[in-house]
Design a protein around this ligand. Structure first.
Ligand SMILES: [Fe+2]
Ligand SMILES: [Fe+2]
Length: 431
């Protein structure tokens, strides 16, 4: 099994590029941000296809020379998709590519220089965001530096103001969020009543389940699910708990207590991901000794609670957020660019409001910026996010390596824990 520690940074980057992921993903991100800036700078809309072609051709290493890139552009003209859009002038395209390479382009039209400036600036922003694991900077600092960069490089500093205009208020954590802790309190009660790792009596589990109809219903539902397929229908709590065992019953109660947070339509995918993360964190926690099995389960269930808040956005903010994500920017990248903080930071504020333990709040806060915290729980959570394949942020070799060192969790043990967690798919029956 491959251990990430065996790969050098250059090997990792080569592997990414060989898969075609590195270059194309970067192109998509730069294109998405460039189009937003173009709109804010009131560039005519008919130039948007030109921006898309420039952003893609500029970064593609396969088209290293102007001649080859020109050929690629010509080939694109026969693409039926491209034919819908106005065809770009090849001389314009070539001028812009020269400007992007820092070469003179005599006679280039003003709009060619504007397009080149936008793509250059958005490429510089992207590079700064990619470098965050090595050199973290708040988004406002990055924008200040881009302003200086623009002056130094001789392109319009006003474009940086367009990037500033992209900034908007993130989800507000007002009274709506303060009212939600009913479910979170139940989850904490489940943990407190049942203890962390000790075996508990059937009567303890039964008493807790009986205190809330949602919890009771979940136990009966899971006991009668196709996974257990009882000979005859189980309708009593005690029977359900003995049938599945107290350890599984505790996990079902915990998942059922958090499930109502994800009740809205459209949050099914986030719930499924949270369940998978819960099982993985539970297995990783037990295996590494970083957290107890049930605490790991709870952390996984609530780790993306900030994403729930992001889903409450509306109007122009939601439209901008959705456009950027649909065009290929990872959610964390968009959240940092628009709100100046990611869903981990937003989620930690929510968990603080709900009086969650400080170490869970810290882990959730830094689960996409693990290098900013000493918490091994944050690092474990980051590794689990990475392994889940959810693509919430940019993959980072440096961050993965640091997290494996800090937690002692190797890539191989991640795979083992994942397999073990998959075997516990009984929680998927908590509908
Ligand atoms: Fe996640
Ligand atoms: Fe996340």
């Amino acid at each position: 099994m491959l251990d990430v520690g065996d790969l050098s940074l250059s090997q990792w980057n080569t592997a990414l590029e060989d898969s075609g992921e590195g270059a194309s993903r970067q192109c998509k991100r730069v294109t998405a941000i460039s189009l937003e800036v173009a709109r804010l700078s009131q560039l005519p809309r008919h130039l948007e296809p030109l921006i898309e072609r420039v952003a893609i051709l500029h970064r593609s290493k396969d088209f290293g020379s102007i001649a080859l890139r020109r050929l690629a552009a010509e080939m694109e003209l026969v693409d039926p998709q491209a034919a819908i859009c106005p065809q770009p002038d090849l001389a314009e395209l070539e001028s812009i590519l020269l400007l992007l390479d820092g070469k003179p382009a005599p006679g280039a039209a003003i709009h060619c220089r504007q397009v080149a400036d936008i793509v250059r600036m958005c490429t510089a922003l992207d590079e700064q965001l990619v470098a965050q694991p090595l050199d973290y900077k708040p988004i406002d600092t990055i924008l200040d530096e881009l302003h200086t960069f623009a002056v130094f490089e001789g392109f319009d500093p006003d474009l940086v103001n367009c990037l500033r205009q992209l900034r908007c208020e993130g989800p507000g954590l007002t009274s709506n969020w303060a009212r939600l802790p009913v479910q979170a309190k139940i989850a904490q009660t489940v943990i407190r009543c049942l203890g962390s790792e000790d075996e508990c009596e059937i009567s303890d589990v039964e008493k807790l389940a009986a205190s809330d109809p949602v919890l009771a219903g979940a136990l009966i539902q899971v006991a009668n699910s196709t996974i257990y397929s009882p000979y005859s229908r189980i309708s009593r709590l005690r029977e359900a708990i003995s049938y599945m065992g107290t350890v599984t019953a505790r996990k079902v109660l915990l998942a059922a207590s958090v499930r109502p947070l994800f009740a809205s339509a459209g949050l099914r995918r986030l719930w499924t991901h949270s369940l998978q993360m819960a099982l993985l964190c539970s297995a990783l926690g037990k295996q590494s000794g970083i957290v107890g099995s049930e605490e790991g389960l709870l952390i996984g269930l609530v780790h993306d609670v900030g994403s729930l808040a992001v889903q409450t956005l509306s109007g122009a903010t939601l439209e901008r957020y959705s456009r950027l994500v649909e065009k290929g920017c990872p959610p964390v990248y968009v959240e940092q660019s628009l709100f100046g903080r990611d869903h981990g930071e937003i989620g930690s504020e929510i968990l603080s409001l709900w009086s969650f333990p400080a170490r869970i709040v810290e882990a959730v806060r830094f689960h996409h910026q693990s290098e900013r915290s000493e918490s091994p729980v944050a690092s474990m959570l980051y590794l689990a996010e990475f392994w889940s394949g959810q693509d919430e942020d940019l993959p980072s070799f440096v961050r993965i390596r640091e997290c494996t060192v800090r937690t002692g969790i190797s890539i191989e043990s991640l795979a083992t824990a994942h397999n073990r967690a998959s075997a516990l798919n009984v929680l998927g029956s908590v509908a």
